[in-house]
Design a protein around this ligand. Sequence first.
Ligand code: AMP
Length: 190
Amino acid sequence: MRLVLLGPPGAGKGTQAFRLSQILAIPQLSTGDMLRAAVSAGTAIGREAAEIMERGGLVPDQLVVDLIVERIAQPDAVRGFILDGFPRTVTQAEALDEVLDGNKLDCVLELKVDERQLLDRILGRAKQALANGDTVRADDNAEALSARLRAYADQTRPLTHYYETKGLLKAIDASVPIDRVTAELVEAIQ
Ligand code: AMP
């Protein structure tokens, strides 16, 4: 099964993509995680992405498309995958269609959460990371969040129309408790 999870920062994409990957036994492919790993490792890609990510912007399309093309070609993705945080622009979605080369996506799941809840969730995540002794994401703060929300509204939301016209889009209320969101996602892909 080939799935895309769409949704603004703080909607729970990472949490739900992880759960679906366990339930469906297919990998979760998160461009955010791949980029953070590149930043930590200090690779050329990481150096290019670090500053853009920190201020909450989107890294260049070609850079993430190259990451995904390489990842989708790995053997564990043959049976399917859950894309978490990709595509984020119509250009990326078109590139994905090309890469899939006729192996169509099964479903695009849009996680919908009221914007006022998002800041609480993001700041909560930062607080939790601190409490656990983990590193706080460089972009989990109010200033970067407002840039991330702008990027979502301007560049990513148009994707809902893109996938709606293809008959692939299913919207899920992601403001309810985590288990209920997972149950609704599972039902949506039956
Ligand atoms: P995420 O972990 O999905 O919230 O992504 C964290 C940050 O990584 C984003 O705010 C962007 O700066 C960058 N990023 C992740 N995925 C993409 C993408 N598909 N296109 C552009 N930038 C991305």
